[in-house]
Design a protein around this ligand. Structure first.
Ligand code: SF4
Ligand code: SF4
Length: 188
């Protein structure tokens, strides 16, 4: 009898705690049972949502040269792109001889595998935090270049994105400097 009451009390306390400070939530609402908040579902930094294209703010153009590497490697063949001669290269403002002209991803077919990001040599594509893009019709979520750049730019701003090659170079330089300093200290 006593043990049964004890069990009931533990269940009651857990229920009250859960109602006051829930660890789960009613998607897509957030907040507590008493106070609902209309805000996007929070995600972790490492979360992989839909892929999008990045913007090179220093030059004022996309990073993507439409080299087709990601398109060839995509397991679901949901991407397509066309390249063009880069007018900014002709003006001497960009080192990219070719630049993306059109780009499309059929997000209905994307399986969020991240292979496109892995194979891109130009820091041009990222797995963003975008994930709430459900639709009722098959093939209705085909996103074009302006939308991909908008999603990518939003991700860059929100996360303080640094191009991976730039980050790797900075890390390598830092390690080389530390090694030089250590060698200098040893030889004194
Ligand atoms: S995103 Fe990268 S791999 Fe894909 S076409 Fe553009 S530059 Fe090439
Ligand atoms: S995440 Fe995978 S499926 Fe989606 S576009 Fe990239 S390579 Fe294709």
């Amino acid at each position: 009898m006593f043990n049964s009451l004890k069990g009931l009390l533990i269940t009651l306390v857990s229920t009250m705690n859960g109602l006051r400070d829930p660890v789960t939530r009613q998607y897509p609402d957030s907040g507590t049972l008493g106070k609902r908040q209309d805000e996007p579902t929070p995600v972790q930094d490492r979360f992989m949502g839909f892929p999008a294209l990045t913007w090179d703010g220093d030059v004022g153009e996309p990073f993507c040269t439409s080299c087709m590497v990601c398109i060839r490697q995509c397991p679901t063949q949901c991407m397509s792109s066309v390249m063009k001669d880069n007018p900014l290269h002709e003006e001497g403002k960009s080192s990219r001889r070719k630049i993306v002209d059109t780009f499309e991803i059929n997000l209905n077919r994307c399986i969020l595998c991240g292979i496109c990001v892995e194979v891109c040599n130009f820091d041009a594509i990222v797995m963003t935090h975008e994930h709430e893009m459900s639709a009722f019709n098959r093939n209705s979520i085909r996103v074009d270049l302006p939308v991909l750049l908008e999603i990518g730019h939003k991700f860059q701003k929100e996360t303080g994105w640094i191009p991976p090659t730039q980050r790797a170079k900075a890390q390598k330089d830092g390690e080389a400097d530390a090694e030089t300093a250590a060698t200098g200290t040893d030889s004194q």
